[in-house]
Design a protein around this ligand. Structure first.
Ligand code: DC
Length: 230
C-alpha cells in the first residue's frame, strides 16, 4: 500500500457516507464509496432483468460491464457504468434490495476489490463499505467501525428517503434494514464483521460532527503517535 487509506465500515444507514465525506475533506483525501460500486452492478442486473438468485447469470452481467471511477464533486469518486455516471439511479429501494443479494457472490466481490485496491495505489482515500478493514485493506492502521441501533438507522434512512421523494413507512424501512443486516453479516464471503483492529464508534447518541472529529483525531493519532516520556 503506497497511500493513506482510512477504512470506515459498518451496517446500512449508520451514516458512513456523510462521515467519510466530511472526514476526507478535513484530511485532504478522496472518498471511495464501495457500496456505490456494488449498487451499480445491482442496477445493471435489474436493468438486464436477470434472476438475482441465478449467480452465473448475475456474473455474466457483471463481467460484461465497464465500471470506471472518476473524480466527481466534493472529492468523491463517481461510479461510471458503461460511460454513464450512475447518480441517483442507484439509490432506490429496489436497487438497495438487489445489491444486498448480488454482493454476496464471490465473483462480483473479487472484481470490486481489485478495482478498490487499484484506486488506493494512486491517491490517499477514505474508503467506506463493509469489508474494507477486514478484506480490502487489512493492513491499514486507520480502521473505524460505526454502529447504531437498527431503529436509529431506520429513522435516519426514512428521513433521507423522504428528502429524495420516496414515500415509505418506518416499519418498512426497519424491516428492510434488518433483512440487509442479516444478509451482510451472514454471507460466506467477506461478511460485515468487526474485530479488535477497529476503533468502534457508536453513533446513536452523538452528532455527525462528533463522529467526524473522532475519525480525524484517530487518524492523526496514528500518523503522529505521542511519544511516551520516561
Ligand atoms: O453502503 P450501501 O448501503 O450503499 O451498500 C449497498 C449494498 O452493498 C449493501 O447491501 C452491502 C453491499 N456492500 C458490500 O457488500 N460490501 C461493501 N464493501 C459495500 C457494500
Amino acid at each position: 500500500m503506497t497511500s493513506t487509506v482510512v477504512a470506515i465500515d459498518g451496517p446500512s444507514g449508520v451514516g458512513k457516507s456523510t462521515v467519510a465525506q466530511r472526514a476526507a475533506a478535513r484530511l485532504g483525501l478522496t472518498v471511495l464509496d464501495t457500496g456505490a460500486m456494488y449498487r451499480a452492478i445491482g442496477l445493471a442486473c435489474l436493468r438486464a432483468g436477470v434472476d438475482l438468485e441465478d449467480e452465473p447469470a448475475v456474473m455474466a452481467v457483471a463481467e460484461g460491464l465497464d465500471i470506471d471511477l472518476r473524480p466527481g464533486k466534493a472529492g468523491q469518486l463517481e461510479v461510471v457504468l458503461d460511460g454513464e455516471p450512475v447518480g441517483q439511479h442507484i439509490r432506490t429501494p429496489a436497487v438497495s434490495d438487489a445489491t444486498s443479494r448480488i454482493s454476496s457472490y464471490p465473483g462480483v466481490r473479487r472484481r470490486m476489490v481489485s478495482l478498490q485496491r487499484q484506486v488506493a495505489t494512486r491517491r490517499g482515500v477514505v474508503v467506506e463499505g463493509r469489508d474494507i478493514g477486514t478484506v480490502v485493506f487489512p493492513d491499514t492502521p486507520h480502521k473505524f467501525f460505526l454502529t447504531a441501533t437498527s431503529l436509529v438507522r431506520a429513522r435516519r434512512r426514512l428521513a433521507d428517503l423522504a428528502a429524495s421523494g420516496h414515500r415509505t413507512s418506518l416499519e418498512e424501512v426497519l424491516a428492510d434494514i434488518e433483512a440487509r443486516d442479516g444478509r451482510d453479516s451472514s454471507r460466506q464471503d467477506s461478511p460485515l464483521r468487526c474485530d479488535d483492529s477497529y476503533q468502534v464508534i457508536d453513533t446513536s447518541d452523538i452528532s455527525i460532527e462528533q463522529v467526524v472529529d473522532r475519525v480525524v483525531r484517530g487518524v492523526a493519532a496514528v500518523a503522529a503517535p505521542s511519544v511516551a516520556t520516561p
